[in-house]
Design a protein around this ligand. Structure first.
Ligand code: 6PG
Length: 248
């Protein structure tokens, strides 16, 4: 059953958000038996988390051999492009830990079109999951990390985009990004992202305060529509918290 209830946790700053997120990720992985999938995100908000995962205690504590790393969306650029989300995750942690190569699942952004890459990624996810229909009782992911764009987008699900309404496919191509960088994208859809034990939004900085207030007051934005078959947790820092407008 999809949860509509957000648990909102306000933390002092970006560093404590990263620490809290790393602890959650570790706890989810320790609880899981057998292969476990984590869905990562791009943007600046998860960067401190990724750096932490390459350091102790996480470097030794994570069961790297059975964790599979997927990306919730990526920019349709070559894998070594500075804009690549998986490229960033590799640079910040995956290249520096004992993650088996076959456990890292990049979106194939070298294919001819975002649509072709989306089909390929959906097949990759189907293979990992063992079927092509999602069962709410058996989530695809242990944890899905999400960010909040200044226009309310999340993953590459932009305001008013047709992808918001997708209810069957797990992954779609996005020819026109609604926000910078304006390169085509490939994104998981809401049903695929919802198939998780926990969806974890990371929201930091004063520049997110206004859009976060809109999400929290029920405006119909992509990030407001994100649901989870498990828990739905928003970690926000004081600077982004709407009530912090006059705080010192
Ligand atoms: C992307 C991201 C995107 C991101 C938000 C928030 O590829 O751009 O996946 O959805 O999470 O734009 O980005 P920041 O963390 O940089 O604010």
């Amino acid at each position: 059953m999809a949860s509509n209830e957000r648990k909102i946790i306000v933390l002092p700053d970006a560093r404590t958000i990263a620490e809290n997120a790393a602890e959650r990720l570790l706890a989810r992985l320790v609880q899981a038996s057998g292969p476990a999938a984590i869905c990562l995100t791009g943007g600046s908000s998860p960067q401190q988390l990724y750096q932490l995962l390459a350091r102790e205690p996480y470097r030794s504590a994570l069961p790297w051999d059975r964790v599979h790393w997927f990306m919730g969306d990526d920019r349709f650029v070559p894998p070594d492009d500075v804009l690549s989300n998986m490229g960033m995750a590799r640079r910040l942690f995956l290249d520096h830990v004992n993650a088996p190569r076959e456990n890292i699942h990049p979106i194939a952004t070298t294919l001819a079109t975002p649509e072709a890459a989306a089909r390929r990624y959906e097949a990759d996810l189907n293979r990992f999951y063992g079927r092509d229909r999602l069962d709410p009782a058996r989530p695809l992911f242990e944890l899905v990390v999400m960010g909040l764009g200044p226009d309310g987008h999340t993953a590459s699900l932009f305001p008013n985009a047709p992808a918001l309404l997708e209810d069957k496919r797990w992954v779609v191509g996005v020819d026109h990004a609604g926000f910078e960088p304006f390169v085509p994208r490939v994104t998981l859809t809401f049903p695929a992202l919802a198939s998780t034990r926990e969806m974890l939004f990371l929201v930091e900085g004063e520049e997110k305060r206004e859009i976060l207030a809109r999400v929290l007051t029920g405006n119909d934005l992509p990030a407001s529509r994100a649901r989870s078959d498990g828990e739905l947790t928003w970690l926000i820092d004081r600077a982004a918290a709407p009530e912090s407008r006059h705080a010192t």
